[in-house]
Design a protein around this ligand. Structure first.
Ligand SMILES: [Zn+2]
Length: 288
C-alpha cells in the first residue's frame, strides 16, 4: 500500500454555498475526495433568517460564488448533503446572522445535526475581509455585539462544540485573549494562522486550547514555504488542514493536500496537520 492510500485527511474549514441544484456535483466531488483519503470535512452553513439580499450580501466576502440559497439559509441543504454523504461532513453553524435568543437558536441547530460553530469577529468596518460590521448591519452597539459573541462561546464551551472563529490577532489581540481567559475549555480555531502571524504567536504561546488552519493561505505559503514549515514545526499540535473550499469545489481541497505535501515535512508532522490535529480540534476521537 503506498503512502497516499493509507493517509487520512480531515479538512476543518469548508463552506457550503451549494443547494439542491448541485446534488450531483457535490456527491461526485465528495467521492473523488474520499478516494484521495479525505475522511471528514467540516462545512460551515449559514443560517440567515432575517436579513434581506442586500444586507446579507455585505456580510459575504468577494470571490466566493454562491450557487445555493440566494439568501444564505443553508442549514437544510447542508444537513441533506451530510445525510447523503453518509456522515462524511461535519456541519458547523455559521453564526454571523444570528439574532435573538442565541442559546435557544444554537440548541435548535445542534438538534438538527450541527456539530460545531463558525463565527467571524466583525466589530467594525476595518476587518480584513472587507465586509460590513455586525453592529452596523443589525443596528446594535459594540457592547451588545460582544455580548452576543460571548453567548456563542459560552454555549460552545458548555456543549463541547469546536469553534472556527475568523479574527485578526494583530488587530484584536486583547479581545482574543479576553475570550480565551473567559472560556479556558473552549476548543477554538482562529483560521488562516490567526491572520497576523506575529501577533498570533503570542496567543498560541499562552493558550493550549487554540488551533489554527492553513485555509486560504496557499499564495502566502507558496511565496515563503520555509517560514510556514518552521511555524508548523514550532507548533506541531496546533495547525490543522483546511482549504476554504466550497462544497462543490473538490479541486481546491486536492490543491491544498498537494500544498501540504509540497512542504516536505517529516511524515509524522504531516500526518498531524492532515488528520491528528483536526481530529483533536473537532473532538472526533480516534478512528471515527
Ligand atoms: Zn472560510
Amino acid at each position: 500500500m503506498n503512502k497516499t492510500d493509507s493517509q487520512e485527511i480531515i479538512d476543518v474549514h469548508c463552506h457550503c454555498f451549494a443547494g439542491p441544484g448541485q446534488t450531483d456535483l457535490v456527491s461526485s466531488g465528495l467521492a473523488r475526495l474520499r478516494q484521495a483519503g479525505v475522511r471528514h470535512m467540516a462545512v460551515m452553513g449559514l443560517v440567515n433568517t432575517g436579513l434581506g439580499v442586500q444586507d446579507i450580501g455585505k456580510l459575504i466576502p468577494e470571490g466566493f460564488d454562491n450557487l445555493g440559497d440566494p439568501l444564505f439559509y443553508e442549514a437544510d441543504d447542508l444537513l441533506k448533503f451530510n445525510r447523503e454523504s453518509a456522515g462524511m461532513l461535519f456541519p458547523m453553524v455559521d453564526t454571523r446572522c444570528l439574532d435573538g435568543d442565541v442559546p435557544g437558536l444554537l440548541q435548535h441547530y445542534v438538534k438538527l445535526g450541527f456539530r460545531g460553530i463558525k463565527g467571524l469577529y466583525l466589530a467594525d468596518d476595518g476587518n480584513d475581509l472587507n465586509v460590513a460590521s455586525i453592529p452596523e448591519t443589525f443596528g446594535i452597539s459594540l457592547q451588545q455585539y460582544q455580548q452576543r459573541e460571548w453567548q456563542i462561546f459560552a454555549f460552545a464551551e458548555a456543549n463541547d462544540l469546536p469553534v472556527v472563529y475568523h479574527m485578526d490577532a494583530s488587530r484584536y489581540c486583547d479581545v482574543m485573549q479576553a475570550i480565551l481567559d473567559d472560556f479556558p475549555r473552549l476548543r477554538i480555531n482562529f483560521p488562516h494562522f490567526g491572520i497576523g502571524r506575529k501577533a498570533f504567536r503570542k496567543v498560541l504561546d499562552r493558550n493550549d486550547n487554540v488551533y489554527t488552519d492553513i485555509a486560504f493561505m496557499a499564495p502566502h505559503i507558496r511565496n515563503n514555504p520555509e517560514s510556514y514549515r518552521d511555524f508548523i514545526g514550532y507548533y506541531p499540535d496546533r495547525v490543522c488542514f483546511g482549504s476554504d473550499a466550497l462544497l462543490y469545489q473538490p479541486e481546491i481541497v486536492l490543491e491544498y493536500i498537494e500544498l501540504v505535501k509540497s512542504l516536505k515535512m517529516p511524515d509524522e508532522l504531516e500526518a498531524r496537520v492532515l488528520a491528528g490535529n483536526p481530529r483533536r480540534f473537532l473532538g472526533l476521537g480516534q478512528g471515527v
